[in-house]
Design a protein around this ligand. Structure first.
Ligand SMILES: [Zn+2]
Length: 104
C-alpha cells in the first residue's frame, strides 16, 4: 500500500506546519500578555488571549495525536476522519457525524 508512505509524508508536513503555527501563537500570546500599562488595551487583549490559548490547545492536541499515531481518528467513534476534512480543518478531533452530535 503506497498510501502509507503518502500519509507519512503528509503527516510530516502537517507536523511542521502545526509546529510553526504553535510557535507563532506562542509568540502572539507572549505579546498579548505583556503588560502595557494600558487598561483599555488589556481589556481588548483579554478576549484575544482566550482565543489564542484555545488555538494553542487545538494545535498541541493535534501534534500529540500525530506523535501518538492516532491522528485522523475520531476521538468518539474511532472512525478515520476523511482526509479532505483534515486538510480543511487540521485540528479536527471528530468525524462529521460525531461533530454534529457534539454541536447539537
Ligand atoms: Zn466519530
Amino acid at each position: 500500500m503506497s498510501t502509507d508512505t503518502y500519509d507519512q509524508k503528509w503527516h510530516t508536513e502537517l507536523e511542521a506546519t502545526l509546529t510553526h503555527e504553535f510557535e507563532a501563537h506562542t509568540a502572539r500570546l507572549t505579546q498579548l500578555t505583556a503588560d502595557t500599562g494600558d487598561p483599555a488595551e488589556a481589556h481588548t487583549n483579554a478576549a484575544l488571549i482566550v482565543a489564542t490559548r484555545q488555538n494553542l490547545e487545538r494545535i498541541s492536541g493535534a501534534l500529540r495525536r500525530l506523535a501518538a499515531g492516532t491522528y485522523g481518528n475520531c476521538e468518539k467513534c474511532g472512525t478515520a476522519i476523511p482526509r479532505e476534512r483534515l486538510e480543511i480543518l487540521p485540528h479536527a478531533r471528530f468525524c462529521v457525524p460525531c461533530q454534529q452530535k457534539h454541536n447539537g
